[in-house]
Design a protein around this ligand. Sequence first.
Ligand code: GAP
Length: 575
Amino acid sequence: MSDAPAPNTHNTPKSMDAIMALCKRRGFIFQASDIYGGINGFWDYGPLGAQMKKNLREAWWQDMIMNPAWGRKGPNGDRVKCVPVETRIIQHPKVWEASGHVGGFNDPMVDDKETKQRFRADHFFGVFAKPFSTSWDLETEARNFAKQAAESWEVFPVLGIVASTAGEAEAHLIEHVKGLCKAANLSFSSLERVSDHIIIKGRQADAAMLIHIRQIAPDRLARDAQRLNIPSPFTQKKGTLTEPRQFNLMFSTHVGATASADDKAYLRPETAQGIFLQFKNVVDSTRVKMPFGIGNTGTSFRNEVTPRNFTYRSREFDQAELEFFCHPSESQDWYRFWRDFRMEWWQSIGLRGENLILREHDKDELSHYSCGTSDVEYRFPFTAPGFGELEGIAHRGDYDLTQHAKHSGAKLEYFDQSRGEKLPNGSTKGERYMPHCIEPAAGLDRGVLALLCEAYTVDPSRPSPELMKFHPRIAPIKAAVFPLVDKDGMPEVAEKLYDELFARFGRQGFIEMDAKQSIGKRYARMDEAGCPFCFTIDGQTLTDQTVTVRDRDSGSQQRLALSQVSAFLADRLGG
Ligand code: GAP
């Protein structure tokens, strides 16, 4: 709406539309089955996106498995040890009964009988509105109104909005301002946030509307008398919503040709279970000793009811999960260790500053298996001013191993030779126990999305104002080599440099060489793709064997000996 500005609750978030347009234009992310009109909840990666996601996965693999926690010592004083597994998407169907996903992986869903659309009952926000005069005391009015909306079931929302957070719901408010004003006979002037409250001001003196947004508790939707007075988030009509009903998020399939009920199997909803299933084999086939971690990356599937916000909530996505097993007495220390390291790790690859938080879950938020969870949350443009989950770090106790031991009959306890009472010969008697498990569970697609949003920068002072400020480790294009002009011996020098850089850094990402178009256009193209360094061969190169290196973020250039380019890059990229 051009005449209704966004509420000034926070620095204007980056435009998701602009980010998505750049992703398509430059080949980061495409809608799956695009030429058929797409398929909801599924996304493909183009050349730049595929390489970027590979870089993210490899950074995770390196820092969580090959050199866990950057070689730091854990709370037990030893170096952290981790090994990988790679497990299948389809497992024995009993796995998901044991894990709790068959019985418990349900979201309460509400259907709109008119539009046949469905939403998660716990993702439903109501907008409450009441007439207000700007001459009244805002704090008192707003406080009383918020209390009424929370406590009185006589006060109903005027709008329904599907959103994950109040911030996201607030961002959607803008789409409804005209309708709200019309219904209240208010001629719209502005939508404003004054201290912590939202008011819509009218053109008439003092005339305004006080707005309060709050989540509609699923139990309100469960009661007919309440639900009939709550507007549908799709049509804003009352009386068309069903009571919340359970909906299992696992995709099912059949294994084998008969497709009978006995052959039913599920696509995994998380990579974590594969680790528990192979815990015993890993212990028996390697020399790992408690405490240690097992990492697994790969694709998971969830039949999300409302896939949205680009790749944020997809139906097919990749996870990178570590299950770190330890003695129960050390589990709280390891939980804190991994929680803090994961936050640091996301910062180290470019998610900096106020857009990243670590949030400890309240007790009533915990999953069925968890006795402590923290989320690393990122302020995505669509959650701003709030945050959305990027990774969960859960203390799962011994839930999973105990469940699988019970359901499979396998003995999954660990015999720890280093524990137990000291024997006269100086050794220890050993202790048998069910290990506890700390799980840092990251989403690679959400990770890519957060990195894209963080990197996206608009700088109107530049000839081509959109650029992607990726951390060099994540950038899909690591370097570009440009001959200033496509003649006078410059292309030959450029090609030689390109060959050298490709041989050394080509495994980490693209090395580009481009001789077409003006140099300004070539720089702009690389800025948009997030290439951190461009090396240009010019007339001076031919006389003194130096090149210019251009820094993407500042646009500044310095001269560097041709022979130093490789070392310069190695310093910044590693390798
Ligand atoms: N094993 C625990 C587990 O799977 P989760 O919080 O459900 O925990 C872990 O998922 C991570 O996987 C999330 O933090 C998120 O990054 C990613 N994820 C979960 N559902 C997703 C979806 N529908 N689309 C994209 N990423 C998702």
